[in-house]
Design a protein around this ligand. Sequence first.
Ligand code: HEM
Length: 500
Amino acid sequence: MSTIFPPVIRMEVNNKLLNVGLLMAATLVVAKLISSLLMSRSSRKRHLPPVVRASPPLIGGLLRFIKGPIIMLREEFPKLGNVFTLNLLGTKNITFLIGPEVSAHFFKASESDLSQQEVYRFNVPTFGPGVVFDVDYSVRQEQFRFFTEALRVNKLKSYVDHMVFEAEEYFSKWGDTGEIDLKYELEHLIILTASRCLLGREVRDKLFDDVSALFHDLDNGMQPISVIFPYLPIPAHRRRDRARKRLAEIFTDIITSRKSSSQCESDMLQCFIDSKYKDGRTTTEEEVTGLLIAALFAGQHTSSITSTWTGAYLLQHKQFLSTVLDEQKSVMKKHGDKIDHDILSEMEVLYRCIKEALRLHPPLIILLRYLHSDFSVTTRDGKEYDIPKGHIVATSPAFANRLPHIFKDPDTYDPDRFAPGREEDKVAGPFSYISFGGGRHGCLGEPFAYLQIKAIWSHLLRNFELELISPFPEIDWNAMVVGVKGKVMVRYKRRKLPIY
Ligand code: HEM
């Protein structure tokens, strides 16, 4: 230290030096801290989720997935927890996020982070060009807006009138007593109703047989192999392509005729014809056809399966059958025989019975996304995992809907679990119950589906005494949309539900 400075100045200088020194030391410490933090971030080894053990090495994972994803989940979940990865063919990884604690990102992430297009592209030859998974997200969003508009309450009100009419007409053909396969009957009724509400009067009244045969070919063109090789030249795909082409011709004629006669109908076809993109462009005939096919694929099997399960459970569980009948009686006391949108919406008990059947048997058992950017997730027991981009990310309504920490006695049919006071579907936030998915891509047809199933079941409950005469049905895990295995035989006797 220099001695040429007087003591006061020296003191000042000393203080200044001390301050500078302290400042430098502090800066160094902070810099060191920041750099070590950054270093540790960048060089920290990623903590990947545990991997399902499968043999033989390369194809073992794929074999386990093909054997049944739910069996695999049941075996692995207790060992590996909420988050784990299944390796397919050495290169592809599916990471499962099971349960509301870890699935929020799956449902809420932006399309640029987690997208559907890569994993659902196999639908393109069925839906056709220019729609849904064949177009950019910005166009797809607009097309989903068309769905949203076509399914608004004011539209649903007119669809309900068609639903009620179709149910009355269909069941009027049953005799006074008899035995039927409930699954077959409800499948047929739902095709008729969907034709009327979605495809329109022309198809329902004049072209029903032709169009349902074509839809049958489209449906059969969706084989498990189609998910991986949608364009494989197999007979089922050839029939699918022919059917798709013929449907486009039929709908082009109908649309042209509606436009030229300024005819306006209350169906989804009309909504799609009238839909406009943000830039003012109207939908083409090809797009309208594709959107209708997408609606039918989204709603038809899912709704008919759910109405069959609802019936099977109600006929099996007399205590719930009797509460649902009591509700019908009190609704009839108030409104007579009339059924419309608002009256169906009053049927809370029936709603819970359907919802519970759907909890136990969601027809879409696995939902998928493609991961474009890394993210990390913390499990229920506090473990943090990093999921790298490039993984396929999956969640499973069929598995998550039966988690015992969310649903009490999860394998038991208990519609009251959704009643006020219990509300188990909300126990762990919005993704506790995911039969309709949720978040960004939650089902747009949920209200339509409930109204349709309620319309069918309120008619049946009011007009027939029903008894399940075959064993309680099993699950058909082999179907693409997982449904009911075999017949569901029911004995019926026509009667009017006494309201007093
Ligand atoms: C019980 C019947 C139904 C069930 C269980 C069901 C289930 C689902 C599920 C789980 C999703 C989400 C898929 C995902 O996240 O990858 C979904 C989406 C969708 N559903 Fe449904 N659905 C049903 C009925 C319907 C009906 C009747 C329609 C239309 C009339 C419909 C139209 C749609 C559409 C357009 C989407 C795509 C929404 C989007 O990606 O933004 N669904 N459905």
